[in-house]
Design a protein around this ligand. Sequence first.
Ligand code: CA
Length: 700
Amino acid sequence: MKDTFLSANLVSESLIRVSIFSSVSFEPFLPSVLRDGEKIQGVRLVKCSSFQSNSLLDLELPEPLQLGHSYLIFAGEYGQTGVNLDWMLDKKEFLEKYTYEGKDLGVTFQKETTTFKLWAPFAHRVLIRLRPYKKNSNEPYEYHSLKRGDCGVYSLVLKGDFHGYEYRYCVFNPQGPVEVADPYAKASVANGISSIAVHPNPMLGKNKDTLPPCSCLTEAIIYETHVRDFTSHPSTDIQNKGTYLGLVEPGKKTKNGHPAGLDYLKMLGITHLQLLPIADYASVKEGNPSVGYNWGYDPAQYFVPEGSLSTDPEDPFARIEEVKTMVSTLHQNGIRVVMDVVFNHVYEGWESNFEKVVPGYYFRRLPSGKRSNCSGCGCDFASERPMVSKLIVDACLHWVQEYDIDGFRFDLMGLLDVKTLEAIQTEVLRLKPDFCFYGEGWDMARGVNLPMGTKGNAPMLPRFGFFNDFYREAAKRFFCQDPSSLHDFEFGIAGSCVDFFHKAHFISASQSINYLECHDNHTFYDVLSSSCPELEEKEKNELIQASIAGLLTSFGVPFLHMGEEIGQSKNGQGNTYNSGDKLNQFDYDRLDGNFAMAEGVSKWIALRKALPFLSSFSPKEIDENFDLTDYRGCLRLVLKKKEWIKEYGFLVFYINPSNHEVNFVEEGDMHLVLSTSSQLGFDSEGLLIPPRTVSIYSNQ
Ligand code: CA
């Protein structure tokens, strides 16, 4: 064989362009085209061109290429090749004929049968091998052929109940056979090598009536953590450290006897726990999690829980049961669970099972043909394609039905199309009307001519929240004592939805996820340390408490990152996704040292819950009923609608980030409701607001 590279691409429904790269001079010829092993008669060479070492041969088939058959090009001494079908991907005919709407991809169980279904429209043959799952099993596999049906779905109905069987598919695609785990697997062995057939056991509806109502996202108080980071620190008596179960062990304590784990969350009083990815990710070895560390923004399987957070990754059912236990225990303790879902890219994208099953389909390309890399991971998931969109919606529904999840935080939501996000919303709200949706609406997508889930498109997604980076930056500057931030922060306090120094960013305060730090930011403690190096430790902690009180006083959705409330540091580092346990874990020793800070935050959370008007979300209501002014760098927020707060009469919030005291003269006798400071009082000039504090007063 000559030193050569051969490829073939479909370029119209019956035209195949064969490309030959060869260092040897080229003579035009007519390659053979085999369909299902038989030579097609009547293939014509309609064009031949050669430039330097590249030669192109256009072969016209007597009838259009049909999916479900194998096509092979035999080019004599240049070799043989399958046909790349990328041309078809976005063609209307392909989308119409090969978009499957059934709800039964993966494994489904009937009374006396088990059905396996795989969407593989380009394949001409699909085999399955299966056997009962046992760790280190030597049992032989049984093999079956799946039957091609409508929409390119291959299926197999087997008599009997195959719950607990491990299986893999062999998919014969134009580029050759590939062996894969099921992209719709609901369970898998460690590291996702094989899929496991598992009976559904939906938890939705079984955990009922233990949660307080949450009719609007502004009623939520979100706390972001990671299962492993929250439980792995050595200074607690949590038994199952680094696992789903460890997160919900009751009665656990720190060294000094303060509440740890679940009890600590309860003490804070948060309403929503946002967990960094718990769907399967690739980069932590499940058999030995302690040797690797990763937050999990490297998704592998979308329907399967991550194994490294389970007490037994080798047991395919353990992780499923443990996630269910975790969610239901949190529910019993009044806490909803938000999953961080990563649908914008896939680990090993172009080498993943998705790409192997339907080459070219799952990942986005730019109009130039280049692979889209807006996620920075080189394989942006093509959410706009119907079967990708369906997979995302189906995965979301699975987590809601099977695990009773209460919310999704979409990683890089700006890379997902609005239509897919709307479809998720419609389907999920049918199951759970108080479900919450929010995400990172950064404007990152390029080359997709569709509206995407960006902050700029917030009016198109009224039920979605967006991480409000404007609030974050304004709040950081404000509490780092930068006076130029005053009006920006005032705009933030008003929910970023009222024309107030800036034009409104959102149509409702419920769209504004207010925060100072999240997992991949610098912690606010570190920001303070670098921005205000002159501050003493005590002063930094005062500003942290004030910033959180300010957050809980702002209109919008308060969002806290684990450890923020005790002034945790990550040594000045930001995105510490693979930096190990020590830097990332919740520091229970620091909690012991700064317990009063955490207690203070719990009081502000309790106050926010006790003052429902702080959950106002309508821009009109916020605009008309609250008055926000500033004096000597201190903000004063007054509630004008007195019937809401009869018990308080006149209620005023003072937020003073500065290093000086500020005096206010108010009508009537003012009584303290809550303050981040213990040093309050009056002097001859009236009410005295100490430096670096937030306080609320009433005149009743
Ligand atoms: Ca994994």
